[in-house]
Design a protein around this ligand. Structure first.
Ligand SMILES: *[C@@H]1O[C@H](CO)[C@@H](O)[C@H](O)[C@H]1NC(C)=O
Ligand SMILES: [Zn+2]
Length: 305
């Protein structure tokens, strides 16, 4: 009997119980990988009450005057970036000289890596949605709070990780600096392969901190297992541009660890579970002036009629 239990637990260890996680787009019924709704069976945090991504309902966000602009450090330094296909997405490793502070965060944070979430041909693939709208692509820049050295060390601190999220909007013109990123993805088509982008600056792909004073903030988690609930999320108002040609090129290049095309790499949105999404004051000022303007227009219309 004991032996049977042992055998079963060994089988369990060898198959489902240590099954790899996968995205919905990879999953088929005869697969042993865990799709997003089953991540929590193996990674308990994924079933927690502070999960990401979320849908941001703009009419329900709370304005918070304690959310000042960020200070970016090292974003204009010329760096070499190692790109690796991690089987679920491609990571662009950043050196420790790239840091940030401000933004209402408690301390300094060191950049670790950035990566993208995308959909498939003609279908959007951002993780966060705004009033239910999914954007073509989303950039995540992962930062670890000092003095922590790793995600494992930071995961017990509710703000141990700072994640910056940029949503992309489709344009007719190419984004001038995304072609090096696209070319690098073409060199890491298979799980485990890697390449280097030389002479890269983070400021090539994201705006300066002064242009990013308007953002949403909430507490959440990593959007891949183990879904660690240690993330102070920042989702910027300002979108980045990408042409449809560049978007097509991005979604067609990489493969998952299962060998299938790496498409629809986003987690479904998670319940808010009572959390509040805050908006920095700069965003409020903008909306406030629009409301004032609408007030003036409607007063004038009333006079006219
Ligand atoms: C980037 O790599 C090149 C070639 O290996 C090297 O000469 C250069 O010093 C590196 N730059 C940085 C900032 O590390
Ligand atoms: Zn991400």
């Amino acid at each position: 009997m004991d032996f049977l239990v042992y055998l079963l637990s060994m089988l369990c260890l060898l198959s489902q119980c240590t099954a790899q996680w996968c995205y919905q787009s990879q999953y088929s019924c005869d697969d042993t990988c865990r799709d997003p709704v089953h991540w929590a069976a193996q990674f308990p945090s994924c079933g927690g009450l502070r999960q990401s991504p979320i849908n941001i309902v703009t009419s329900k966000v709370h304005v918070n005057s304690e959310l000042p602009p960020f200070s970016f450090i090292g974003h204009t330094n010329t760096i070499n970036v190692t790109v690796e296909n991690k089987g679920h997405s491609a990571h662009f490793a950043l050196p420790q000289l790239v840091r940030l502070t401000g933004g209402g965060l408690p301390g300094h944070y060191r950049a670790a890596q950035f990566h993208f979430h995308w959909g498939r041909n003609g279908r959007p693939g951002s993780e966060h949605t705004i009033d239910g709208e999914r954007f073509p692509m989303e950039l995540h820049i992962v930062h670890i709070k000092e003095p922590y050295g790793s995600l494992a060390e930071a995961e017990h601190d509710m703000a141990g990780i700072a994640l910056l999220a940029f949503l992309f909007e489709e344009t007719t013109e190419d984004h001038p600096h995304l072609n090096t990123v696209i070319a690098a993805l073409g060199r890491v088509q298979n799980n485990g392969s890697s390449t280097v982008i030389r002479n890269f600056q983070l400021s090539d792909i994201i705006p300066s901190a002064e242009e990013l004073h308007s953002y949403y903030r909430y507490v959440g988690s990593m959007t891949t297992p183990g879904c660690e609930q240690a993330v102070a999320w920042t989702v910027f108002h300002k979108t980045l541009s990408i042409s449809s040609r560049q978007l097509d090129a991005i979604v067609q290049q990489c493969r998952f660890w299962t060998g299938q095309p790496m498409i629809d790499i986003f987690r479904p949105t998670q319940p808010l579970d009572g959390r509040v999404v805050y908006r920095s004051q700069a965003g409020a000022a903008l909306t406030g002036s629009i409301q004032l303007w609408l007030g003036v227009v409607s007063a004038l219309l009333a006079l006219w009629i």
